[in-house]
Every structure is written in C-alpha cells, then in structure tokens.
Design a protein around this ligand. Sequence first.
Ligand code: NAP
Length: 534
Amino acid sequence: MAYVITQNCCKDGSCVPVCPVSCIRPAGSPGEFTGTEMLYIDPDACIDCGACLEECPVDAIFYDEDLPPDQERFREINARFFERHPLQIHSQETPLERHGVKPGALRVAVVGAGPAACYASTALIGVDGVEVNLFERLPTPFGLIRAGVAPDHQHTKSVVRIFDHTFTNKRFECYLNVEIGSDLTHDELLAHHHAVIYAVGASRSRELDLPGNELPGNHSAVDFVGWYNGHPDHAHHVFDLSGERAVIIGNGNVALDVARVLLLDTDHLATTDIAPYALAALSDSRIREVVVLARRGPRDAAFSTGEFLALGHLPGVDVIIDSTDLATRPDDDVETVLKLQIAREYADRPSTAANKRIVFRFAASPTEVVGSDRAEGLRVATNGSPESELLTAPLILRAIGYQGSAIDSLPFDAARGVVPNEGGRVIDEHGQPVPGVYVTGWIKRGPRGVIGTNRNCAEETVAALLEDFHTGKLAPDVADPAGVRRLLSERGLSPIGWAGWRSIDAAERRRGAEVSRPRVKFTAIADMVSAANL
Ligand code: NAP
C-alpha cells in the first residue's frame, strides 16, 4: 500500500521535503519549474508513513485504501509516472543559506496578495529580521485563490491556511485597499523600502480579434470567472444563460472550470462559496450543452489530465469527444498518453439523451461571432479544410489565457505581457538590473502553472533579492517606516490590516453558516470595508 497524490495537487511541493524516503517527484529546487502537471508518489518506494498527507495544504493526498471513488484512477496514474521515470534517489538538497538580518536593515514591499505574493512574503518572513509590508488594491487578500479557483474546488482554496503564520508574524504588515500607482506611487514605495517585489499577476484576458467581437453575449472567460467568484470588478456583468448551448474558445483548465460551472447541478453549487447573484442566475440557466473548442488536436490539449478525468465523474453530464485523432505515439510523455487514453474512454462511452453534455471539438478555429445586435453563434472553420460551420449559441466565452498589464515606472514586454526580468530581478532595456525592483508569479513568468508553482518562483526571486542585499546592491538607507502610513492618512486613506481581513472573513463565514455554505462573499468594496471595521 502507498499514499497517492490526486487531482487537487497544488504542486507547491510542501510534501517533498517531509518524505523520509524521497519518493515524490518531480522534486524541483528553488528556481526550477518542473514540467509536469502535478506531483506523483512512487508506490514501490513509499513506506506509508503519512508525513506527506499531514503536510499537503490542499488535502490532495490519500492513503491508497481511502481513495474516494472518483480519485481511484490516480493510483494507476502515480504508478505510471514511475514506470516511465524510474525513481532516482536525489542527494539531499542543500537548503538555501538564509542569514538573518539586523532589525530595520531590510524592509521589503510586496505588491499584490495572490499566491505569488503570499509565497514571496512567506519566504521573506522566513529570514530572521526581514520586515515585509504587503500592499493590495482590494480589501481582501489571496488573489486568484479567492477569485479564480472554481467554487467547486473548495479544497484548493484551503491552501491559504499555510500562510497564516506569515500574516500573523510581527514583522509582517498588510495594507489592503491600497492601490500602488494611484494611492501611492512606485517611487514613494521604493523610497520607504529597501526593495519592492511586484506580484500583481495577469488580470486581463488575451485578445482575440474576430469580426463581431463587440456583440453582447461574447465575453472573456476572465469576466465570467470573476463574476461567479464575486470579484468586485466583475460583479456587474450579465451573461445570457437562456440558450441551450454555450461555446467556450480554448481548452485550458479555465475552459474546463467554466464548462463545469455552467453545467453543474445548482444544488451542488449552493454548497460552495459561489457569488449569490451567480448562483441565482445559474439556477435559471437553460444551458444543456457546452462546446469546448480547440484550435489544435487532442494531443496538444491545454487542460491537465486530472481536470479532464474529473469531468467523467460529473453526475448527469456526458463528455463527448469530437475527434478520431486519439492514438498515442511512442514519444508521447506520460501525461499526454493518459489524456489520450481518457479521451478514448470518453469516446467509447454511450451517451444518455437526458444528460447535459460537454463536447470537445478539436482542430477548429473560430472565425466570426455571428449576430445582428447580439451574439447568435460562432462560425468555426475546420483546420486544413474549406469547411466552416455555425455553432448557434447566445453565449460565447473566450478562455484563451490571461495577460499581464504594464506597471507604472517599470519596463514592460508587451508581447509577452510580463515585466522583463532575470530570475526575478527586473531588467531595463539595456539588460541591466533596476536596483531594488523584483517580480514574481505571472507578471514574472507569464500566465502558466498552478498555485504551488508560485512557491519555487517566489523562492527564486527572494534568493536574488537577498543576494543583492548581502552584496550591497540595495539602497542602505530608506525613509522612516511610519512615512507610508502618514502619506496614506494625508490622502484620506485608511488601509485595512490583517485584523480587518479577519473581520471580513468571519462575517462572510457567518453569512455562510446561516445557509449551510462555507461563506457568502461580499462582492462590493463598500460592503467589504464596512465588514473590516466591524
Ligand atoms: P491556458 O492553459 O494557456 O489555455 C489557453 C487556451 O486558449 C489553449 O487551449 C490555447 O490554445 C487557447 N488559445 C490561446 N489563444 C488562442 C487563439 N488566439 N485562438 C484560439 N485559441 C486560443 O490558459 P488558462 O486556461 O487561462 O489557464 C492559465 C493557467 O492557470 C494554466 O497554467 C492552468 O493550468 C492554470 N489553471 C489551473 C487550474 C486547475 O489546476 N484546476 C484551473 C484554472 C487555471 P493553444 O494551446 O493552441 O495555444
């Protein structure tokens, strides 16, 4: 018997160092971004000690015999990884050298409060003496953990508990509801800190320039995800759920999240933290079919194996594979082989007329949003053929990935949507480091990877920052730490601290408890601010 890692793996690797027999792979070191979708346990080497299960922040690890029925397949998936990649025992990694610093010698501003910012703050607070001030434009922390992770993935959201000890550390201070660039400038921030790390993510949708793009009913999935998760910037959107079909462009994990939310039984959604208005709208939805459209073939599908497999367990939903190109090739990696195998299994399953459907279309490119005064459908061309087809649907969602936005006073690579950097050190147009300025997360490496990918990414950035500090590359003297609060107060701003967030959190949970839900979110900034001051 062995422990098994399942669908929910966040890949932050907390389990890796606690394994006494070092049988969890891939085991990356700081700065190394492993290519797989998740981590795996070698069943032959596992000694059943359970240390990994204790450490997993998202409850993704199960004892073999306790695997829930819908995760059983991961027993085979974990084992298969090691058939292709036999376990090599790594020599024990040398832990990063982290010399403490004198109190007041290194004060770092972290901008953003999503997973990248949380992991960066945690790495910094782990160094004795380092002080961290975190700035976030919303009154609530956690970025995409709160406003991106789908509501039916509540376990994934539980990762936030690993940051508790960081946010309650006396060297950590948090300034929620403060926007850098408007409430405080980059220069003011840098004047009061020895270094600044931007961890602002990538909050816009990539563009897709189609004729008819402007028609109502054609939206980005970024808007839809923000809407169902109660993000204050997206709470006002209205989606037409009155048709029987919706079409999603793109087949990454966001497309799968959106497809599930559109088709899930609302009794199930009602047990989650989905925004109340979204729950009400979805309860009246007439959508029965979601077409997930990909421009490439099944082998290149962007979704991850675990998320694809999970679709097969949705009650009352058939998964239809509209492709015959499902054969594997000898050079396919383990995850591609699995994806194709699962696709063949779906293709062989009989469908049930009464069920809802997720239809995967491949090698098909959208060419036009069709409609007169609103979207009525999407015209789709079959790649390599003159044929095209109109998929009628009043709702079209573009799930084609996120992109970062430029940050005031910083260089920006508009083509990649990232701030140019080397290992987290921001670099100017001559390739020279901009002193004291760093990036981590999606604004550093682009919009790829799951929550835990940010751990290695942040550790790489923090290691660069500490090296610069120890080699005298950071300004030794900065303005009085109370200056930031003074500036904000002169501007009539009252930042929300960690205690304020705890009040919001408690109020949301109380509202949730009244209706048997984990929380009922506030979705307007004014309501969040009132709850913070309760
Ligand atoms: P993604 O994985 O990059 O997928 C984007 C999809 O859009 C791909 O299918 C891509 O096709 C397609 N696309 C891009 N440009 C297009 C165009 N011009 N025309 C047609 N199709 C286009 O992005 P995502 O789904 O937004 O996810 C972002 C990251 O968050 C990923 O790393 C994902 O794994 C992660 N995430 C994880 C979870 C989870 O673990 N449950 C949930 C949500 C997000 P090509 O492949 O052909 O480029």
